[in-house]
Write a protein that binds this ligand. Structure first.
Ligand SMILES: [Zn+2]
Length: 235
C-alpha cells in the first residue's frame, strides 16, 4: 500500500492553454468521430496530469499501474476521460519546432534495434513509440517485474533525434485507447509523418511520438541492467 498522500488541487483551479492542433477520437452512439479541442488543462507543477473522478489532480507515483497508487485521497479512482498536459511537456505539445529538435527516448528488448531487420520481418515492429526520458523510464519500471522472464524485459534504452527532413506533423492527438489501440495514430503517421500524442495511461500528460526507425538518427544505446556483456549495437 502507498503511504498516506495529500489531496491534490481541484481542476477548477488549474490553468488552461488554448490549442489549435489537438484532437481526440471519441465514440458516441457507436460511431467514432474526431473532436477538435480548443483548450487543454495544464497540471499544476508537482502533480500528475491524472485526476480522480471528482477532479482532483493525483500525486506523482511510479509505477502507477496499481489501483492502490491511483486512488485519490478523496476515495475516488483515476478518471481516464480527464486528461491534461504536464507543465513540463507544454512546449513539446505547443511547438512543432521544439518537438522536431527534441531528444526522444525508447526502451526495447533488443540490443541491436537499429541494426536488425525486425521491421521487415515483422510488421508489428514497424511503428515505434518514442517518449520523454521520464516516460520511457516509467515504461521500463512497469516492465521490470521480478516475475518477468529476461526475454520480456525492456532492457535497452535508446536516445535519438529525428532526421531533419522527417518533419513532425502539426497535429497532436490525445490518446484514447478505449476507442482504438493507437490505430488512428498509425493512420495519421501514414498520412502526415511522425506524429505526437498526449499520454493518458502511461505517465499521463507527457508527449510521445509515433514514428519509424528510419525517421531517426540514433545517438546512444544503454544496457539498463548492465549484466549483458554484449555491446549495444549502433549503426
Ligand atoms: Zn479526489
Amino acid at each position: 500500500m502507498p503511504p498516506a498522500r495529500p489531496r491534490g488541487p481541484h481542476e477548477s483551479t488549474a490553468q488552461a492553454m488554448s490549442v489549435e492542433n489537438v484532437s481526440r477520437f471519441e465514440e458516441a452512439d457507436g460511431v467514432v468521430h474526431r473532436r477538435t479541442l480548443s483548450d487543454l488543462l495544464i497540471a499544476p507543477i508537482g502533480w500528475s496530469a491524472e485526476r480522480c473522478k471528482a477532479g482532483h489532480f493525483l500525486p506523482e507515483s511510479y509505477p502507477s499501474h496499481s489501483p492502490h497508487w491511483t486512488m485519490c485521497e478523496c476515495g475516488r479512482p483515476a478518471d481516464d476521460d480527464r486528461f491534461a498536459v504536464r507543465q513540463s511537456s507544454t512546449e513539446l505539445l505547443r511547438s512543432t519546432n521544439h518537438a522536431q529538435q527534441a531528444m526522444w527516448w525508447h526502451v526495447s528488448r533488443s540490443a541491436d534495434l537499429f541494426v536488425n531487420d525486425e521491421e521487415q520481418r515483422n510488421p508489428r515492429y514497424e511503428y515505434m513509440h518514442w517518449g520523454e526520458f521520464d516516460t520511457v523510464m516509467h515504461h521500463f519500471l512497469a516492465y521490470l517485474q521480478p516475475f518477468a522472464s529476461s526475454s520480456g524485459r525492456m532492457l535497452y534504452l535508446y536516445s535519438a533525434v529525428l532526421r531533419p527532413e522527417r518533419l513532425v506533423a502539426a497535429d497532436v492527438f490525445v490518446e484514447n485507447q478505449g476507442v482504438a489501440e493507437h490505430g488512428e495514430l498509425k493512420q495519421a503517421y501514414d498520412e502526415l509523418g511522425p506524429i505526437r500524442y498526449l499520454n493518458v495511461r502511461e505517465r499521463p500528460g507527457s508527449i510521445s511520438l509515433l514514428a519509424r526507425k528510419s525517421d531517426f538518427v540514433v545517438h546512444q544505446g544503454f544496457d539498463l541492467e548492465q549484466h549483458d556483456h554484449r555491446v549495444v549495437k549502433l549503426p
